[in-house]
Design a protein around this ligand. Structure first.
Ligand SMILES: Cc1cc2nc3c(=O)[nH]c(=O)nc-3n(C[C@H](O)[C@H](O)[C@H](O)COP(=O)(O)O)c2cc1C
Length: 330
């Protein structure tokens, strides 16, 4: 079965790859992923905060011996938590690149328009074939409008695009008031693709100790539905690559993602839960499904459930919400 796809300008044998996560931390795991057939390796992120913490740590190390007011120096909350600095990350990109023959996608995670952006170029120089830019942003300030937030994020994307020659995909949040409009601006800013969506880890509250706490939960296929809706809408408007992350666990999840227009399909929770070799199982399920439904290729199926192809288009729109509520639980 021809599962080939073009993602961020790369001709890949199929769309499946591990998403940004610790799966790329260990070179043995990376090799196992490649052996399992991963079409590309996405690195875990280098965070803006890590870069700043590293810079602040360097300043403290230089200044503390002569400065008795060390605690008065600017202090980043992550400065002692971050295990590895940016140099370690760049070395890891280079090591992963040496270890595999598939494309390696670096990941840079940040939101301010600061010096950390130069790491996009350094990740490229370390050997990354493409870059994911994760712009996780929490808009908390009542005085900052949605337009201002978007303009700011676009500024970051423009700066990154100007500093590298490799393709850049932007990993997005679903919490934007007009996603298609923002994607249009991203396209104009030179983004080579978008990845839907960042998964937000909401803190819970410990009511006894009056503390907020976070716990990482792996996803289920339910989370894919939000992605499918937006893939179906965006795939009709854009020519750039569409990647999906969040809730891909089975071959059927991949079928649905591609039907809605995805070119690249990422898995993290499923591979963490079932081992890297599970990627082969999902790829085989995808092949088997296409064969049993008489498709000649994956391309033939792509976009068949895009918004304008869906017979009942209203199911993607507001009408769906009303119908579901009036219908009650099924
Ligand atoms: C343990 C763990 C670490 C992750 N680290 C990153 C990261 O460094 N950068 C990033 O953009 N996303 C990161 N993610 C998010 C994943 O790339 C992915 O978008 C998310 O888990 C949803 O996909 P899934 O449903 O296949 O797990 C991480 C997820 C997990 C579970």
């Amino acid at each position: 079965m021809d599962l080939s796809t073009t993602y961020l300008g790369f001709s890949l044998p199929h769309p499946l790859m591990p998403g940004a996560s610790p799966l790329a931390e260990n070179l043995d795991t990376v090799k196992r992923l490649e052996d399992a057939g991963a079409a590309a390796i996405v690195m875990y992120s280098l965070f803006e905060e890590q870069i700043i913490a590293d810079q602040e740590r360097s300043v403290r190390e230089v200044e503390v011996p002569e400065n008795s007011y060390a605690e008065a120096l600017s202090y980043h909350p992550l400065v002692d938590e971050v295990r590895h600095g940016p140099d370690f990350y760049l070395e890891k990109v280079a090591a992963v690149k040496r270890c595999v023959s598939v494309p390696v996608i670096g990941s840079l995670n940040g939101v301010s328009e600061g010096g950390w952006i130069r790491y996009a170029r350094l990740i490229e120089q370390a050997g990354a074939d493409a870059l994911e830019l994760n712009i996780y942003f929490l808009a908390e300030d009542p005085l900052v409008s949605g337009v201002a937030v978007e303009e700011h994020l676009l500024g970051v994307v423009r700066q990154v695009k100007q500093s590298v020659a490799i393709p850049v995909a932007v990993k997005l949040s679903p919490f934007l008031s007009s996603l298609p409009h923002f994607c249009k601006q991203l396209e104009e800013a030179g983004a080579d693709g978008v990845i839907l969506f960042n998964r937000f880890y909401q803190p819970d509250i410990d009511t006894e100790n009056l503390e907020a706490f976070s716990r990482l939960k792996l996803s289920t296929s339910d989370e894919l539905l939000l992605r499918l809706r937006w893939l179906a809408i965006l795939s009709e408007c854009f020519r750039f690559s569409l990647g999906v992350t969040g809730g891909v666990h089975t071959g059927m999840d991949v079928v649905k993602s591609v039907m809605c227009g995805a070119h690249g399909v990422q898995m993290v929770s499923a591979l963490l839960r079932n081992r890297p070799e599970y990627l082969t199982t999902v790829k085989n399920e995808l092949s088997a499904w296409l064969e049993s439904h008489q498709y000649d290729s994956l391309d033939q199926m792509r976009g068949s459930m895009g918004k304008h192809h869906t017979p009942d288009r209203a199911v993607l729109e507001r009408v769906n919400y009303i119908r579901v509520l009036l219908g009650g639980p099924g």
